[in-house]
Design a protein around this ligand. Sequence first.
Ligand SMILES: Nc1nc2c(ncn2[C@@H]2O[C@H](COP(=O)(O)OP(=O)(O)OP(=O)(O)O)[C@@H](O)[C@H]2O)c(=O)[nH]1
Ligand SMILES: [Mg+2]
Ligand SMILES: [Zn+2]
Length: 292
Amino acid sequence: MNGPRRGLVVSTGKNAAWICLDDETQPRLAQLRRQTGKRFMPVPGDVVYVRILEDEKTVVDRVEPRTFHLERRTIDGRAKTIAANVDTLATVTALADPAPRLVTLDQLLAFAELESIDAMVVLTKPDLSDPAATRDLAGLYTRLGYRTLFLNPKAGENVEALREALQGRHALLCGNSGVGKSSIFRALGGEGHVGEVSRHGIGRQTTTVARLYRLPSGFLIDSPGVNEFGLGRITPGELVQGFREMREPAATCRFTDCTHLVEPGCGVQAAVADGRIAESRYTSYKSLAQAS
Ligand SMILES: Nc1nc2c(ncn2[C@@H]2O[C@H](COP(=O)(O)OP(=O)(O)OP(=O)(O)O)[C@@H](O)[C@H]2O)c(=O)[nH]1
Ligand SMILES: [Mg+2]
Ligand SMILES: [Zn+2]
């Protein structure tokens, strides 16, 4: 069999990538070729065609055009592509340890909304949190229409519900460091930390590279903790479209360029005042609006 074979990128290193061929279960290490002078870096989720040489060496021939890719800002402000062909953001938020950062969650949800991809809300560590607080948070996002579930990946609790929710999806786990993304990834069957040593030493297994796990249909990508998941520079008018419950109220503002922060006659502020918009969601909106 010498023809090109199709596969999915699982993870990438400097000159090589782990590829899971469509008709195999174990990933293979494949070499990346130089393409027009510079190396083209595939990312997890990329569809590639590889050739297997006589000595079983595997070489990536070409990378299919991406339907979608996700970028994040590096510390020095550059954009780095972290995953390709994703259609669902599986946002992960710990109910405790670390305490939920709702602005991160709301930013991820706004990002998905603005990019027109699906999002779901996964809440972890229910065992460390007050049940009433868990119910309140789950209720808020369920009412907004997001598929919301809580699970304890460490104990294996509710993991099957998530597996079912991910069926047929090309999903990316995202959320702050330490919330349990890799625990979820492993609970579903993904390989843990092959050939990877944590920057923080033994005991703290922070993920440094994204990796993919093929589901019976679809895939799931584990990614490093996302702190800056670029909404980039956007206007309040654009940002408010990322908060689905604010769209209608925003259409009633007196000023068409309303920032929904201080203006009189603001439909959004009125909806916060009478409880149609949750305080925490508006707090997230304000902090994102002031940051961009
Ligand atoms: N008690 C409890 N601990 C959990 C739960 N889920 C994950 N943990 C623990 O939380 C810690 C962090 O989990 P990880 O899965 O490494 O978190 P992560 O989101 O992958 O973190 P980064 O790779 O740094 O982004 C680990 O010690 C897990 O065992 C849970 O539901 N309950
Ligand atoms: Mg991790
Ligand atoms: Zn307004």
